[in-house]
Design a protein around this ligand. Sequence first.
Ligand code: SF4
Length: 350
Amino acid sequence: MTSFSKNLLGWFCKHGRKNLPWQQKPTPYRVWVSEIMLQQTQVQTVIPYFDRFMQSFPDLETLAAASLDQVLHHWSGLGYYARARNLHKAAQVICDQHAGQIPDDFEELLQLPGIGRSTAGAILSLAFQQRQPILDGNVKRVLTRYHAIEGWPGETMIQKTLWKMADQQTPQEKVAEYTQAIMDLGATVCTRSKPKCGSCPLSVDCEANKQDRQADFPTSKKKKILPVKKKIFLILKNDQNEVLLEKRPPFGIWGGLWSLPECDQEADPEAVCDQRFSCKITNQRKLKIKRHTFSHYHLEITPLLIEISDHDTVVMESDQTLWYNNNQQKHLGLAAPVASLLKNIEGMKQ
Ligand code: SF4
């Protein structure tokens, strides 16, 4: 065992997190769901989502049998919805091809939608006690600082180096504790800003600490200026205080979620409403502009509240459209900005 893993395990024994919900009854299913939720999302945000998810989908069979809408509803607000779609799809694949048992084989896990090398490593070490390294964002931060590795960790060569180091540091025994320990250290001690080197078990040998260059690692990616896309979101409200929602295609941004009809900034919203929905507009007003940032662009949303009459003669519900009211408690997957727009519409408040 390296001094790195030895010191880390000693620290974990006293200071590691042992009461997280997925650490209780750590079945492969619970570990898998938590690992997917924890990709790009912090522990404190994940906890209530995880608890609600487990209440509704306590096991893999229930998840596989659920509709995508139900799954997306439980993911609403957590972001990166491809994770939910992949989780749902993977549950169905496991039921069909693995007799409902999550595989304990690295290559088989990698074949499942949404499971990459690090997630497969985490599932195998945490749920099956197999010696597998992991390399999530927290681990990358710890390793780049400890070894003072220059270069953006997304680059192939740097990735290779980091995987090699992650592998070298992973002990032969106590692998589940070690995996949890390195994730915990990155999340609570070796934090992005102001790492607590004074209480870190690795401080004596850590190069970044010795050189007092903690802020230089990991090297940031060269910043790209994100483009701004502008869209008008049409909030068509009928005389029963219901708003028209459309289901987005199953892929891409907010894939499979319910959203508002939209049109380009240059389009004439009245003409769009007339062509698409044959609506009689009785009133319209612009609401406050909202900005939502995706990883590759900013979306500037101009919400346009349009009151219409004679709704039921013109827009019928289908599996792609529905009339929505907050009070009806429909369990729908809504994109976060759409949910927040709907909450603030008069007459629709819960
Ligand atoms: S000594 Fe500081 S920089 Fe180095 S691993 Fe520990 S917390 Fe991170």
